[in-house]
Design a protein around this ligand. Structure first.
Ligand code: UDP
Length: 239
């Protein structure tokens, strides 16, 4: 079944921003339903998939720190935000009849499973849609780092970073009309040029574990599936 796909084992990083739709804050129900459809299509292709969900649509620790507050407390609030998003997303996946598992790096056993690599790996290998919340469970990093770590732990062949544009650009294409798009980059180029692919810690983890980062537009319906099948439009950071 998986002979038709370019990437058989993936980790998808969905930022909180991807769940916003046109709203300034929170979760857009129609948007997360569509995103659940993308995951359903991937599972339908036989792709093993884990999803790391961010929390920036609700809370970011940096925002608290920037206003003179306690960064650790802010980061803890941010981690909790990712769990809320993951619960909402799991509901949409389950409504489509998918087998799901939700693991949090922050233990909250009355709500979901506490992350455990072996249990998560077994679910991932069995073809369940596995959701990872709570980042890595510690402050001073973001869910990008969590995504790279879970990708390595699951043995993913690609780390898919969903963004609002179709790849990595030399500058923000929304602000700079001369921004150019990269088709392919090495990790050292991306890090050296200071390009906003993912956090440096996430890129270093992906690089050291030989996992390419595929940056693509989640606003484009079907783009994720096209790339999984070997086509589509994305910037690949590898090597
Ligand atoms: N966070 C954290 N540790 C982690 C993951 C996340 O402290 O391992 C906090 C951090 O404050 C972060 C917030 O949770 O800003 C939400 O995650 P993130 O900013 O990655 O969300 P995204 O930008 O993907 O929506």
């Amino acid at each position: 079944m998986t002979a038709r796909v370019r990437y058989e084992r993936v980790l998808l990083k969905l930022s909180g921003e991807a769940l916003l739709g046109d709203k300034p804050f929170g979760i857009d129900d129609a948007v997360i339903d569509r995103l659940a459809g993308e995951v359903e299509a991937a599972v339908g292709l036989g792709v093993k998939i884990g999803v790391v969900i961010g929390g920036g649509n609700i809370f970011r620790g940096m925002t608290i720190a920037a206003n003179g507050g306690n960064r650790v407390a802010g980061d803890q609030m941010g981690m909790l935000a990712t769990v809320m998003n993951a619960i909402a997303f799991e509901q949409k996946l389950a409504a489509r009849g998918l087998r799901t598992r939700l693991f949090s790096a922050v233990p909250m056993p009355t709500i979901c499973e506490t992350f455990n690599q072996r249990s998560a790996q077994a679910a991932y290998d069995a073809g369940d849609a596995v959701l990872f919340a709570g980042g890595i469970g510690n402050p001073f990093v973001t869910t990008d780092t969590g995504a790279a770590m879970r990708a390595a732990e699951m043995g993913a062949a690609g780390l898919f970073k969903a963004t609002m544009v179709d790849g990595v650009y030399s500058a923000d294409p929304k602000l700079d009309p001369n921004a150019t798009r990269f088709e392919r980059l090495s990790f050292d180029e991306a890090i050296g040029k200071g390009l906003k692919v993912m956090d440096i810690a996430a890129m270093a983890l992906a690089r050291d574990n030989g996992i390419p980062i595929i940056v693509f537009s989640i606003k484009e319906p079907g783009a994720f599936i096209d790339i999984l099948k070997g086509g589509g439009r994305a910037t690949v950071v590898a090597g």
